[in-house]
Design a protein around this ligand. Structure first.
Ligand code: PMP
Length: 443
């Protein structure tokens, strides 16, 4: 019903309620978070009626309040919303639509639907372990893959857990992160030896693991290092690593939860940037445009190995409602040309950030592709000393200017730019102008 402005302006109350009820590990953003009441396309609107440009919402890929998704959900929920071991047309239709998104000849023909990215990663790890009969999983430093026991085990980012490296279970081996800006091997994109050197180190890790009786079951990484700030993998790295893992008898898992599903613009999947095809793909966030859907795409050969361990069944995973929502999302992505928009508007933003770097020395490397970008803030371009406190202050000031941008990476010094894929050129220009203003004002 209608409420007065005073009744709507309840952000203070909500903060008190939240602090009373939630665990301290349930982090929130901003010193004094606004209370968001509604969303429309790439805008979020708070209880005072103020609209913000939403530059971080990679879950809501189509944009907020999408009418096609709303209609599909409301129609289906009146017809049927349950999941048991019967036949559902929506499940087959959605699974076929997902498979049709894969590159020609991928050999991936099987879909398992769950409810979140963490569940998808957890299931992919289980599938790989079942198919290989081995336990060891290699993941990269600085990664985030989820909160469940297994997806958290391969999460290595010190942002999420300061003792991440010291506390991984014995079945996880952590390999070096191939970051050509601040990692063990550095250089520009044209230096093709960088990817080969990181891959050779990972190959040496695989040899050592095999010598100690820990043959690799799987290698898991994001196809673009999203949680590290949108860092693109060095040329040749992923193809080289996949070949080494497969030669050692392991399977390759691409975590596409953040970077897949059209966000790269020039390709639908992140792994296509590296010209590889994984053995297992994990997907979630944008699949349901905010509705909880996750999945693993793999081959029958891998998936069928799970039956040796018993059944797989998820009560809500793959129900007719989530499948209808998933289909509506794919329809909208196609009809609204959102992958192409990600390419065009993403390039405009990346060019804009690089132009700002000419005038603002605190902008270091600009990472990413399409609408997954990371603007790294540094105190010194030579040492790349992270400008963490400055990045936080910049986000607070951007919020005052009506732009929601947050930080990512272990060093919390990268502005993450992963808006709904419907971001317009006009709004991209507003974001660039706002950042220019904040950097000019200083902090
Ligand atoms: N993998 C990656 C790469 C992610 O970024 C996330 C979430 N940030 C997950 C998995 C886990 O997804 P969810 O939060 O849906 O469980």
């Amino acid at each position: 019903g209608l409420r007065t402005r005073a009744q709507r302006d309840t952000a203070g109350d909500e903060q008190t309620r939240r602090e009373r009820i939630f665990a301290s590990a349930q982090e929130r953003y901003y010193e004094r978070p606004m209370q968001i009441e509604r969303g429309w396309r790439h805008h979020l609107i708070d209880t005072t009626g103020r609209a913000y440009i939403d530059v971080v919402n990679n879950v809501t890929g189509l944009g907020h309040g999408h009418p096609g998704v709303a209609d599909a959900a409301s129609r289906q929920i009146r017809i049927l919303n349950t999941n048991s071991r019967f036949l559902y047309r929506e499940l087959a239709e959605y699974s076929e639509r997902l498979l049709a998104l894969l590159p020609e000849g991928s050999g991936l023909d099987t879909v398992l639907l769950v409810n979140s990215g963490s569940e998808a990663v957890d299931l992919a790890l289980r599938l790989a372990q079942a198919a290989t009969g081995r336990r060891t999983v290699v993941s990269l430093r600085e990664a985030y893959h989820g909160w469940t026991m297994a997806s958290d085990a391969v999460t290595t980012s010190a942002y999420d857990n300061p003792d991440a490296l010291g506390s991984r279970p014995d079945w996880v081996h952590v390999a070096d992160v191939p970051n050509r800006f601040r990692g063990s091997y550095r250089g520009d994109a044209a230096d093709t030896s960088i990817g080969a050197r990181y891959a050779a180190d990972l190959g040496a890790d695989l040899d050592r693991l095999a010598e100690s009786g820990r043959e690799v079951a799987a290698f898991v990484c994001e196809s673009v290092l999203g949680n590290a700030g949108g860092v693109l993998l060095p040329d040749g790295y992923l193809a080289d690593v996949y070949a080494r893992v497969r030669a050692a008898g392991g399977l390759c898992i691409a975590d596409e939860v953040q970077v897949g599903f059209g966000r790269m613009g020039s390709s639908f999947w992140g792994f296509e940037q590296s010209g590889v095809v994984p053995d297992l793909i994990t997907i979630a966030k944008p699949m349901g445009n905010g509705f909880p859907i996750g999945g693993v795409i793999t081959s029958k050969r891998v998936a069928d190995a799970l039956s040796a361990q018993g059944q797989f069944f998820s009560s809500a995973g793959g129900n007719p409602l989530s499948c209808r929502v998933g289909i509506a999302v794919l329809d909208a992505m196609r009809d609204e040309g959102l992958q192409e928009n990600a390419r065009v508007v993403g390039a405009r933003l990346a060019d804009g950030f690089r132009a700002l770097a000419d005038r603002h020395p605190s902008i270091g490397p600009v990472h990413g592709e399409g609408l997954y970008l990371g603007v790294e803030l540094v105190r010194d371009r030579e040492t790349l000393e992270p400008a963490k406190a400055e990045a936080a202050a910049i986000c607070e000031r951007l919020r005052e200017l009506g732009v929601i941008v947050l930080t990512t990476s272990e060093r919390s010094n990268v502005l993450k730019v992963k808006p709904p894929l419907c971001l317009t050129a006009e709004s991209a220009d507003v974001v660039l102008a706002a950042l220019d203003r904040v950097l000019t004002e200083g902090w």
